[in-house]
Write a protein that binds this ligand. Structure first.
Ligand code: B12
Length: 142
């Protein structure tokens, strides 16, 4: 009986080792490319490589980037209806009087589309190219 119990325990330990001990590695991270550009001045666009946790929102990727890269800073404003509005990037701030804002775009195979939600809601896909573009909203409605 004791021999049988020892054998069963050994098999159990072997199975545990073969499958791997539980880890606290957390969810996978997805790589992203982020370009910061300015439609209203001749500043050279800057590209950053960052990541977001799988299922996480763009805000998380921007926060991680800010924590690790000295040359990337951003700020937000809480909107009561739509969540977080991206207010400034690297010291360049949206201005109601000037009718300027940070537009959030996604590029794929040269096609650029506008995100239909803000940074607090948008869930980027792996290897997505996000563009933060300082623009004027005089020509646009949303
Ligand atoms: C005008 C407008 C804008 C203008 C606001 C400038 C201004 N001062 O008028 C500008 C061009 C800046 C804008 C930008 C964006 N917008 Co807009 N916008 C609108 C629109 C057409 C009307 C808002 C309005 O004037 N309401 C009347 C005023 C009196 O109420 P208010 O509460 O003061 O309005 C403020 C908020 O709506 C806020 N706001 C506007 N857009 C957004 C987007 C987000 C994510 C947040 C947090 C706040 C916000 O700015 C308004 C003025 O202060 C709405 C559609 C709608 N029917 O509401 C979309 C709308 C709110 N916008 C939307 C989106 C997606 C965006 C962008 C994310 C688009 C993009 N990809 O860049 C960006 C924001 C990017 C960022 N920096 O975070 C979505 C939000 C959907 C959602 N569930 O998150 C809406 C609902 C349009 C849609 N797709 O259906 N927008």
């Amino acid at each position: 009986m004791a021999l049988r119990t020892t054998a069963l325990l050994s098999v159990g330990v072997l199975l545990f080792l073969a499958r791997g001990a539980p880890t606290d590695a957390g969810p996978a991270t997805l790589p992203l490319r982020l370009t910061v550009e300015n439609d209203l001045s001749n500043v050279t666009p800057e590209t950053h490589f960052c990541s977001v946790v799988e299922g996480g929102v763009l805000l998380g990727a921007l926060r991680r980037l800010q924590e690790t890269q000295q040359d990337f800073k951003f700020s937000v404003r809480q909107d009561p209806d739509f969540g977080l509005l991206l207010l400034s990037v690297n010291g360049v701030a949206a201005d109601e009087r000037e009718q300027t804002y940070w537009e959030i775009l996604s590029e794929s195979s040269g096609e650029i589309s506008r995100l239909d939600v803000g940074i607090g809601c948008y869930k980027p896909k792996a290897n997505e190219h996000i563009i933060l573009r300082f623009s004027s909203w005089t020509q646009q409605s949303s």
